[in-house]
Design a protein around this ligand. Structure first.
Ligand code: NAD
Length: 315
């Protein structure tokens, strides 16, 4: 079998056009969305993510405030910035980039974010709502993984509900920001869901579990972790991993957690890296920034009827 490639860039482009229209509609109502990113230190991946978001925000005309703090900043300094942004009506979404330096208590920093502006659902209130199946915001990476799955199912002529009801989704990686939200979204679709972390690898059970998956979502941060022998024939594989790899000439390229070439021989469909989950994640974060702006303006219900499909999906 040679897998179908799930094109994240195409999905991202469709959603992006909708976002530009939705942002323009909000500006006309004096309710413009605004994104703030806070980076502490100079992590390579966090910096790359921030630059991508800045570029995308410019393209869809959403204001972006970049807060950049030194790696030796105190937690009080970070929290003071968050409180300032909480109080700023021009900012509707706040993203604190990970990783934070070791002197920070990450949950305490996240707790400082106004839940109404917590577009990645890292505040315990929003994480709890997500776990209960009534999310205020769906974290962008998990949202993107399932957006790609849903879009691929539509294109393959599969009935989404029927597919999920008879599927086992295995999620590799159990972080609060990616793995656990993916598990919650799998539950929401009434699929059977299994979650594994590094202990499945350490104890030699990873392949035994992942080979059973109809849908395999991989978010471990380990380049090439999943190879052909970890994948059952006909599985749909979503590679969330984005790992910098330095070539001998010093250039850096991003690789996934899935060994694409070998897995593509077995899988029914697979996302590439780059060009899979990543581009859509960026767009989803801005989508959440727009949702927050609509709520702040008292616009719970979008004016769906007059809008094209891409815009409706963006709200
Ligand atoms: P994390 O380090 O917070 O969590 C990693 C998880 O994977 C942990 O639960 C860990 O136990 C598990 N794990 C580690 N090694 C493993 C192994 N050998 N076998 C099985 N499980 C293992 O990482 P994260 O923030 O969840 O990110 C994971 C990956 O996803 C990274 O490559 C990151 O860059 C990428 N990422 C991509 C996007 C995107 O938009 N595509 C967004 C966020 C993160």
């Amino acid at each position: 079998m040679s897998a179908e490639i799930i094109d994240g860039r195409r999905c991202a482009d469709e959603l992006k056009h909708g976002l530009a229209a939705a942002a323009a509609a909000l500006r006309e109502r004096d309710a413009a969305p605004g994104l703030a990113t806070i980076a502490v230190g100079d992590d390579f991946s966090a910096g790359a993510y921030e630059r991508r978001l800045a570029r995308l925000a410019g393209e869809v005309e959403i204001a972006h405030e970049r807060v950049s703090l030194a790696a030796d900043s105190s937690q009080e300094e970070v929290v003071a910035q968050i409180r300032r942004l909480n109080a700023d009506p021009a900012i509707t979404g706040i993203l604190v980039l990970r990783p934070l330096p070791p002197q920070m208590d990450e949950p305490e920093v996240f707790r400082a974010i106004d839940p109404a502006k917590d577009i990645e659902a890292v505040h315990p209130e929003n994480a709890g709502l997500l776990a209960l199946g009534v999310p205020r915001f769906v974290p962008s990476t998990a949202a993107s993984a399932f957006h790609l799955l849903d879009a691929w199912l539509d294109s393959a002529g599969e009935d989404r509900a029927d597919f999920y009801h008879r599927s086992l989704i295995v999620v590799v990686g159990r972080s609060n920001n990616v793995g656990k939200p993916c598990v919650s979204l799998g539950y929401d679709r009434q699929a059977a869901v299994a979650s594994v972390d590094e202990w499945a690898s350490i104890t030699g059970r990873l392949g035994t579990i992942t080979r059973r998956a109809d849908v395999l979502i991989v978010a471990a941060g380990v380049p090439g972790l999943i190879r052909a022998e970890h994948v059952g024939s006909g599985a749909v594989v979503i590679d969330v991993g984005i790992n910098p790899q330095t070539a001998p000439d010093g250039s850096v390229r991003m690789v996934g957690d899935v060994d694409f070439d070998s897995v593509a021989q077995w899988a029914r469909a697979v996302t590439p890296v780059p060009g899979g989950v990543g581009p859509l994640t960026d767009v989803w974060l801005l989508r959440n920034t727009i949702v927050a702006a609509r709520r702040a303006a008292g616009l719970e219900v979008p004016e769906l009827d007059a809008l094209p499909r891409a815009v409706v999906e963006a709200l």
